[in-house]
Design a protein around this ligand. Structure first.
Ligand SMILES: Cc1cc2nc3c(=O)[nH]c(=O)nc-3n(C[C@H](O)[C@H](O)[C@H](O)COP(=O)(O)OP(=O)(O)OC[C@H]3O[C@@H](n4cnc5c(N)ncnc54)[C@H](O)[C@@H]3O)c2cc1C
Length: 261
């Protein structure tokens, strides 16, 4: 009956325009609609499947500003039992190492954590390293980029799919895993779930609560800094091939001219 913590991040909706702030190039969170990252919906789903089969408790943990409560409520409405929200203005612009350090500190405040489930890569920062850095800080095994996950007693097994093939990995609990988009199809919150989520416990922690010095986090103290950014050029209309018997050839010629084939 594992106690599972799912790491969830609120990200700008991929369908809305995403912008970086002038000056420090941190994400302009107000410029875009914010959603629970889809890969984290899958991470929550996996935790719920394990809980439904084996019992235990599912806690979601997020580091983010006030607005991240919307993402937390979504995870709770899917069926997670409770939430921990690390919310401190000093975290603004933290890099991956600082974020992982903060999350590791918060994990230390949650009792009896046996399994931590994260997404393999967030859709905004796309660092893809938070689970591995947390594993280092906590000194626990990491099974990353899993497409399949099984918990059996005090053991976790998973399938990692790479260009070289599929690797079956195994570790003892406690451990941290990250999942990819093949792991499952996340459920939609039910009306009952949405209503129940309103009453679930959300514990808010500041950096002081988890014993982290604010001088070690945030954009001013980050080890990596974004020094410039260039917006993507707007999409062009593209080239249209009208098929009057030669459409296939025209497309092939176009692909050759672009060195695609
Ligand atoms: C445009 C942009 C560029 C950035 N560039 C850099 C950079 O170059 N270097 C750098 O160090 N940082 C960068 N960051 C900051 C980075 O987003 C944060 O440090 C972030 O929390 C960690 O990176 P990630 O989300 O890409 O993590 P990933 O490692 O891709 O995330 C994997 C998983 O970790 C968990 N997770 C990640 N963040 C949180 C969180 N806050 N709360 C709970 N769970 C979480 C989720 O389960 C997520 O699916 C950038 C951010 C943005 C928006």
């Amino acid at each position: 009956m594992p106690n599972i913590v799912v790491l969830i991040k609120q990200v700008p909706d991929t369908w809305s325009e995403r912008k970086l702030t002038d000056g420090d190039y941190t994400l302009d969170r107000e410029a875009a609609d914010a959603v629970l990252d889809e890969i984290n919906e899958r991470a929550v789903e996996e935790a719920l499947l394990i809980k439904e089969a084996q019992g235990g408790e599912v806690t979601v943990l997020s580091a983010g500003p006030d607005r991240a409560t919307d993402a937390i409520r979504k995870a709770l409405s899917m069926g997670a039992d409770k939430a921990v929200h690390v919310n401190d203005p000093a975290l603004h612009g933290s890099d991956a190492v600082q974020t992982a350090w903060t999350l590791a500190g918060a994990l230390g405040q949650i009792e009896g954590v046996e399994l931590i489930i994260a997404g393999n890569e967030a859709t905004d920062g796309r660092i893809g390293a938070i689970p591995a850095i947390i594993a280092e800080y906590l000194g626990i095994p990491q099974l990353t980029h899993l497409r399949k996950l099984t918990v059996d007693g005090d053991k976790v097994t998973g399938e990692r799919e790479t260009d070289e093939g599929v690797f079956t990995l195994e570790a003892g609990l406690p451990a941290i895993v990250s999942v990819n988009e093949k792991i499952n199809e996340p459920r939609f919150p039910s009306f009952k779930g949405i209503m129940a989520a309103k009453k679930k416990e959300v514990q808010t922690l500041t950096l002081a609560d988890i014993g982290i010095d604010p001088e070690t986090v945030g954009v001013a103290n980050a080890g990596t800094t974004v020094t410039s950014s260039t917006p993507k050029p707007p999409r062009t209309a593209g080239e249209r091939a009208t098929d009057e018997g030669e459409g296939g050839n025209q497309i092939a010629q176009y692909l050759v001219s672009q060195k695609i084939i």
